[in-house]
Design a protein. Structure first.
Length: 263
């Protein structure tokens, strides 16, 4: 059960911090010979991180659920989230096979991490001229953020880092860019889960002895996800992305050099 808990913690922390959860899981498998338990566990821990977002932003999400009845700005935000999910879904499907192949190559993961580092560095160099609130987000802005989330299906490219950075490039305030990024995560996970459910129900008996471990990993992902979201929002109010950019730079270079050294 311990490996499931550790992987759940890893998923929860790296999903929301701008350091790429897929990149870390890929490198963990290649460097440490630690393999993910499979697609069912993957769905469970992603459900845990989904619950993290639902919990932290529960007031906003409650308003979004009631938006079709109450209308107003929340209905517009709901529409923006739907619009942003369109390029995410299209790119996610188009890049799925490429992402699967890249997952097994340390150099590809390293390049993805270097791209994440470059994006985070560029955001900091751009300065803090962002002034728009979430209510001022345009439809074009939402599509750009959704596009960034779709590209982040590639291992090493951080989903949260890419989407928050794109929000900042669209001149959103830092905490509002983070909130839109986390809200956009909800339909992405639900959509990806629905696509994979067939694999779960294909042979449910094979998992009978693992449900307790799956639940433990999900709980770990939920708790660590809540911590990561709150930490990142607080950090965005007070500090920059630079430490995360440096971390991705070092880890990315290490992954590329490690691949070259063993070739």
């Amino acid at each position: 059960m311990l490996p499931f808990i550790l992987l759940g913690i890893l998923q929860g922390l790296t999903e929301f911090l701008p350091i790429s959860s897929s990149g870390h899981l890929a490198l963990a498998g290649q460097f440490l010979r630690v393999q993910k338990p499979g697609i069912v566990f993957d769905i469970f821990v992603h459900s845990g991180t989904l619950l993290s977002v639902l919990w932290v932003f529960r007031e906003r999400i409650f308003r979004l659920v009631l938006a079709p009845i109450r209308r107003g700005e929340d209905l517009r935000l709901l529409g923006l989230l739907i619009a942003g999910s369109i390029p995410t879904g299209m790119l996610g499907l188009a890049l799925d096979s490429v992402a699967e192949a890249a997952f097994a190559q340390s150099w590809a993961v390293g390049v993805g991490l270097l791209i994440t580092a470059a994006v985070l560095f560029s955001v900091e160099r751009r300065g803090s001229a962002s002034a728009k609130s979430l209510e001022q987000l345009s439809w074009r802005d939402a599509l750009w953020v959704g596009l960034a989330q779709g590209i982040a299906v590639l291992p090493g490219i951080s989903r949260s880092g890419s989407t928050i950075a794109m929000g900042l490039f669209c001149r959103l305030r830092r905490t509002d860019a983070a909130e839109f990024s986390f809200l956009l995560f909800i339909p992405a996970v639900i959509g990806a889960t629905l696509l994979k459910l067939g694999e779960v129900f294909a042979n449910p008996e094979a998992h009978n002895a693992l449900w307790g471990s799956y639940l433990a990993g999900t709980t770990a992902a939920f708790l660590s996800g809540v911590i990561a979201i709150r930490f990142l929002i607080k950090l965005l109010r007070e500090r920059s992305f630079t430490p995360f950019a440096l971390y991705c730079l070092v880890l990315g270079l290490f992954a590329v050099v490690w691949h070259l050294a063993k070739s």
